[in-house]
Write a protein that binds this ligand. Structure first.
Ligand code: B3K
Ligand code: ZN
Length: 873
């Protein structure tokens, strides 16, 4: 397979000024006619990409080209032209119903009732017609769709509507003109039977915009929350960044057949139904939050991604990291700043840190790829967002806004780079941010170590910060990065101390940000009356792993008193990490487990601690995160130790207190979506889980009753999961009931599969295999594959990593089958093998055999081959 390198970037040899596209749509056969106005930029032939399409006719300035007048090889169509400007016409045929890879034009749903849609990012447009399919070719699009009116009553494409009409033989047409130049990856069309909900929106700058959300008839009544979220997103972007929407219509479409979460096509966002539909009976609270976040994310792309796009795919984080950051800030504003931060950091640790510690590790801006679709990763998205957050923190709120204004102004209608971004932010503030560029090019999670020395005689406290980044795949030499460390010091009673650094005249605020920009830096605080407790990296001010040798009681102080909600939780996580070490190998003994359970039992009884925070505090790092702490992993033992630690916590809090809390929360049960009700449900779930460890019989009854009484999906699903964990047999009737109740509700059934796929232990694989035989299971639907195979392989460590390797062999088998249908989905699931090298020797051996065998096959897609080749290294 060929490798694309950032260092090889060259600007396009031909620009495409405008594109006229005509589609004669049909499920089996669609004909696409294109007319490109090309303008020479360099002395080279015209080169267009095209894959899996049949060329029917090619014309140059209206004249048909014969066989000898162009070269078509390896997905590239080459035409040598003398003029500096020309019109190239093509007629091609594509076969939507045969497109199981869901890239380009394809069919969602059944032949007789489904609809046609497109997915072009990253390189799907070349599956629709011949085109320079790269993000730095920006053109104006005029698109005409023609189709049978009965079968395809709704015809949509990006841009403003520009007429509709009837044709002979029951056909009709619709035309769309997009005045904003865009790259081909933002092109989209949708055609079929869809219903809609609408809202008339007026932007802050006075544009009337018709908002439409489209979905199939059976789910259209579940789109209201998405519309609400869209309106709030639009208002937020106007308020926060001064960004207005820029077309007369904005369409959003839901599909059940989608490889990813959603897609920001200009004027026509397309969503995986999972991130658009929401109703209390079939969606959990988490899913409501995800809908709000993803709707916002795709909308925000209209500026960060569409108006300013990426020069090449290496710059992917330019739009993704930035847009995740914007989305996270929006969600924080809509909900709670500290809870959002906790959620985001937990995700970073669960998804990005492991990725960065294994063979798939890559920089936020990779320097090479063989399949770009494999780089839509937690690193590019989540770590990318952390980098923007550091920049925003560095500039402050107003400075960052000024920088963003300049970035959008300077690069509007342009394809930009990460350097451009840093330069705009810096120029607007008269500062140079180029030191941060190093973060974009270096893979691996930096280790930040802090060492403290207190000098009582001089009332001085010296803090030494050091950094080190372990070698990662293909990158052995690592450099020091600028690491902003936000910190405070507390006395033993939990009071924050005013900070005066050595050399300063007076003490200032109780919080400072120190930037560690070399390998090591020491700072000295004056007038410190007694040995303080440092609260470091507050708000998670940099995406690093902090190592500081806290005594359990110091973490206890922070856990009780740190006003930074994030660091308070973080102190609990650190303490839980130490407590976990006290619970290894069957013993439950040590200062840390004592301190952790004592502190939490106290907070449990403290009415000033809010339900939502308490629920988070009661959740120690998950199995996947704990696994990262071990040099050699045995997922069974990790799970057992974590369970032991939770049991110790539950018994310290005590059965009476747990029961009483559960009953109080149960009495408050409703399906309301306000923050208080959500927090109650969340805490209720934690309490029931804890109770199930020390009061099993009673917890089982409560779970059963909760399942029966649940007014909504959150309580119902939580009850099901608890019941199944406590007593799988007792859960069988409930699973059967759920299966029947939600027959035909794809998203609810996905959760039914996922909950069962995550039930731990040796029996998991057998359970998965019988679930595969369920009528509702299919390898053709990405959501279904993720909910069963993805949940099992990635979120069930003790189930997937069976010592006998049976689950590895089973997954390998399925990967081959999925790959034949949908390479992107196969590649995504295959990332579950990322951590095999750090498994204990028995599991490592069996994983290795499976990975090596798969990697040696020659009949797999480029997507899957690329993942396997890197994982096997
Ligand atoms: N930009 C799309 C992701 C496209 C993935 C292509 N394999 C969704 C998003 O990040 O908003
Ligand atoms: Zn995005």
């Amino acid at each position: 397979t060929s490798v694309i390198r950032l260092a090889d970037y060259r600007p396009p040899a031909w620009a495409v000024e405008d594109v006229v596209l005509e589609f004669d749509l049909g499920i089996d056969h669609t004909e696409v006619t294109s007319r490109l106005t090309l303008v020479r930029q360099a002395d080279e032939p015209i080169r267009l990409n095209g894959e899996g399409i049949e060329l029917l006719e090619l014309t140059l300035d209206g004249r048909p080209l014969g066989d000898g007048e162009y070269i078509l090889a390896n997905g590239v169509l080459e035409v040598a032209v003398d003029a500096d400007r020309c019109t190239l016409g093509a007629r091609v045929a594509v076969r939507p119903a045969e497109n199981t890879a869901f890239e380009g034009l394809y069919l969602s749903g059944s032949r007789d009732r489904g609809f046609l849609l497109t997915q072009c990012e990253a390189e799907g447009f070349r599956h629709i017609t011949y085109f320079p399919d790269r993000p730095d070719v920006l053109s104006k699009y005029t698109v005409t769709l023609r189709a049978d009116r009965q079968r395809f009553p709704v015809l949509l494409a990006g841009g403003n509507p520009d007429g509709t009409g009837d044709l002979a033989d029951g056909r009709h047409w619709a035309r769309f003109v997009d005045p904003h130049p865009k790259p081909s990856y933002l092109f989209a069309l949708v055609a079929g039977r869809l219903e809609r909900i609408s809202h008339d929106y007026t932007t802050a700058d006075g544009r009337a915009v018709a908002l439409h959300i489209w979905a199939e008839a059976d789910v259209i009544d579940r789109c209201d929350y998405a519309m609400d979220s869209l309106i709030r997103s639009m208002q937020w972007d106007e308020r926060t960044y001064g960004r207005n929407y820029d077309l007369d219509v904005f369409h959003v479409v839901a599909t059940h057949d989608f490889n990813m979460g959603a897609m920001e096509n200009k004027g026509l966002n397309i969503f995986n139904a999972k991130y658009l539909l929401a109703d209390p009976d079939s969606s959990t609270d988490d899913e409501y939050r995800h809908v709000e976040a993803v709707v916002a994310h795709e909308y925000f792309h209209n500026w960060s991604g569409n108006r300013v796009t990426c020069r090449d795919w290496f710059q992917l984080s330019l739009k993704e990291g930035l847009t995740v950051f914007r989305e996270q800030s929006f969600s924080a504003d809509m909900n709670s700043v500290s809870l959002k931060r906790i959620e985001d950091v937990a995700l970073l640790r669960r998804a990005q840190f492991p990725e960065d510690a294994g063979p798939l590790s890559h920089p936020v801006r990779p320097s090479q790829y063989s399949e770009i679709n494999n780089f839509y990763t937690a690193t590019v998205y989540e770590k990318g967002s952390e980098l923007v957050r550091m920049l925003a923190g560095h500039l402050g709120r107003d400075g960052f806004r000024k920088g963003m204004d300049l970035y959008f102004d300077r690069h509007d209608g342009d394809a930009a780079t990460i350097e451009d971004f840093l330069k705009s932010l810096g120029d607007a503030n008269g500062t140079d941010l180029s030191a941060y560029l190093a973060w974009y090019g270096q893979a691996g999670t930096p280790r930040l170590t802090a060492e403290a020395r207190y000098d009582a005689t001089q009332s001085r406290y010296r803090l030494t910060l050091r950094q080190r980044t372990p070698a990662s795949a293909g990158q052995t030499v690592k450099h020091a990065l600028p690491i902003p460390v936000r910190l405070s010091l507390f006395d033993a009673s939990g009071k924050a101390l005013p900070l005066r650094l050595e050399g300063e005249a007076t003490a200032g605020a109780t919080e400072r940000t120190i930037v560690l920009d070399g390998a090591e830096r020491s700072i000295v605080f004056e007038d410190i009356a007694s040995a303080p407790v440092p609260s470091l990296l507050r708000g998670f001010s940099a995406p690093v792993i902090l190592e500081f040798d806290y005594a359990p009681e110091e973490l206890g102080v922070l856990l009780r008193h740190d006003p930074d909600g994030f660091n308070r939780w973080e102190a609990g996580q650190q303490l839980a990490g130490l407590a976990y070490d006290d619970c290894r190998d069957g013993k439950v003994d040590g200062a840390a487990i004592g301190a952790w359970t004592r502190a939490l039992a106290q907070l449990f009884g403290d009415p000033s601690v809010e339900d939502a925070l308490l629920a988070e505090l009661l959740t120690p790092p998950g199995e996947i995160e704990l696994v990262e702490r071990q040099p050699e992993r045995d997922p069974d033992r990790i799970r057992a130790s974590r369970q032991a630690m939770l049991r110790a916590l539950a018994s310290r809090i005590g059965v009476p207190a747990l029961r009483a809390r559960y009953e109080a929360l149960r009495a408050a049960t409703s399906a309301a979506l306000d923050a208080t009700s959500q927090a109650q449900r969340q805490l209720k779930r934690r309490v029931l889980d804890l109770l199930s460890l020390v009061d099993e019989a009673h917890a089982r009854e409560l779970a059963r009753a909760q399942y029966d009484e649940a007014p909504g999906m959150t309580d119902r699903l939580a009850a099901l999961a608890t019941l199944a964990t406590v007593d799988p047999d007792a859960a069988t009737p409930a699973f059967a009931h759920f299966r029947h109740r939600y027959e035909g509700n794809a998203l609810a059934l996905d959760k039914w599969f996922a909950v069962q796929a995550q039930l731990p232990g040796e029996t998991a694989l057998g359970r998965i295999q019988s679930l595969e035989r369920d009528d509702a299971f299919t390898l053709k639907n990405p959501n279904r594959v993720q909910s069963l195979l993805g949940s099992f392989a990635r979120a069930n460590p003790s189930g997937f990593h069976r010592a006998d390797g049976a689950a590895y062999r089973w997954l390998a088998d399925r990967l081959v089958a999925i790959d034949a249908l949908n390479p992107q989905v196969a590649a995504r699931v295959a990332t579950a093998f990322n951590g095999w090298k750090r498994l204990e020797p028995v599991r490592r051996e069996s994983a290795h055999a499976v990975v090596a065998e798969l990697a040696s096959r020659k009949d797999l897609s480029r997507d899957l081959t690329d993942i396997l080749a890197r994982v096997a290294l």
